[in-house]
Design a protein around this ligand. Structure first.
Ligand SMILES: *Cc1c(COP(=O)(O)O)cnc(C)c1O
Length: 362
């Protein structure tokens, strides 16, 4: 069976040696030596000032909102994994959806400004499938209205915007290191910021609000990453170039051979790609189901990332229908992409997809 993704498993001997070091130190969690080492290596690799590791990406979002003292309404995208919306609801904030751009699938900056009220405190855009948002336009709007920006960069590991890491935009960016993401720590996440004061505050919040022993400064949470997760991260990071290379090869094969048969997400020309997903857009929902089913019959699992559009979920009462997001959500399908996927299987997926589409044309 071929799944839409498969977690990267690094050399087990290397992982053993890190686990041996955990046994030797007896340090299992609480900002241990491996967490510290992974933070340092990620700072260097990503080219950012502060990396604060967390238990997962959802926790990273939650801590970011707490650290920025957000209240009221937050403008965000309906076309993303549900964790983006849920983290806002959990934090007592009201997500206000702005529709996406039909080409990039990212929050369309033109739709943000009309939704700003005196209750709006922040914008939470997502670099969906690793495609960099129009960060300059979003920044201009945020500055004009004195709003914070938290980028959900769960898909954007390693993406660069011009000479800079994409993670250096906004007040905070968050990453997810879940097993299915391109870089992972089994479960995990990170908060990235350039602001020293904010970084300090975030470290306190993720440690129950405890500043130093016997000093409780604020309402915090247990947001820590453990040493076993950091060990996995250190091993996966060693192989990141191979991971990206293999993904690129699969991506390029799909792109070249499916051109003209399906539509692709248009990429921000100022940014690099990390090949974390391979979404295709079909003509309509029926065609999407035909492709999905015929691949499934051959044991190939594609996923409807991201369906449904979040403005349709039962606990969200969006004031405006997100027509573009709803349309894209119905027609999109993510094809399998992961480092150990054989190119022969990729060719098979391409042929099967084309066969369905030919049948439709005839
Ligand atoms: C995976 C993901 C998250 C949540 O990250 P976890 O580490 O699974 O908590 C948040 N936002 C987006 C867009 C994601 O894809």
């Amino acid at each position: 069976m071929i799944n839409v993704t498969s977690p990267y498993l690094p050399d087990i001997e290397k992982l053993y040696s890190y686990i041996q070091s955990i046994y030797d130190s007896g340090y299992l969690t609480n900002n241990g030596p491996l967490v510290h080492r992974l933070e340092e290596r990620l700072k260097a690799y990503l080219g950012v000032k502060h990396v604060i590791l967390t238990a997962n990406g959802t926790m990273a979002l939650d801590i970011a909102y707490t650290a920025l003292h957000l209240k009221g309404e937050v403008i965000t995208t309906p076309f993303t994994f549900v964790a983006t919306t849920n983290s806002l609801v959990h934090a007592g904030l009201k997500p206000i959806y702005a529709d996406i751009d039909p080409e990039t699938f990212n929050l369309d900056p033109a739709n943000i400004e009309p939704l700003i009220t005196d209750r709006t405190t922040a914008i939470v855009p997502v670099h969906v499938f690793g495609n960099a948002c129009d960060v300059e336009s979003i920044e201009t709007i945020a500055k004009k209205h004195n709003l914070k920006i938290i980028y959900d960069a769960a898909h954007a590991f390693g993406v660069r915007y011009g000479e800079n890491s994409i993670l250096n935009f906004g007040d905070i960016s968050i990453l997810s290191f879940h097993a299915t993401k391109m870089f992972h720590t089994i479960e995990g996440g990170a908060i990235v910021t350039n602001d020293d004061t904010l970084a300090k505050e975030i470290r306190i919040i993720k440690n129950f609000g405890i500043d130093c022993p016997d000093t409780i400064k604020t309402v915090g949470i247990n947001g820590k990453m453990n040493e076993f997760s950091a060990a996995m991260g250190l091993c996966v990071l060693d192989d990141i170039d191979i991971i990206i290379q293999r993904r690129k090869k699969i991506h390029d094969t799909y792109k070249q051979k499916l051109e003209g048969f399906v539509e692709f997400q248009s990429q921000n020309p100022k940014a690099t790609q990390n090949y974390s997903y391979f979404p295709i857009l079909l003509k309509n929902e029926r065609e999407m189901f035909l492709v999905q089913k015929s691949l499934e019959e051959k044991g190939i699992i594609c996923r409807r990332y991201f369906h449904p559009s979040l403005d349709t979920i039962p606990y969200m009462d969006s004031a405006i229908e997100m027509n573009i997001s709803r349309d894209i959500a119905k027609r999109i399908l993510c094809l399998p992409i992961y480092p150990s996927l054989d190119l022969e299987d990729v060719e098979r997926i391409i042929e099967l997809t084309k066969k369905v589409l030919h049948a439709r044309i005839d």
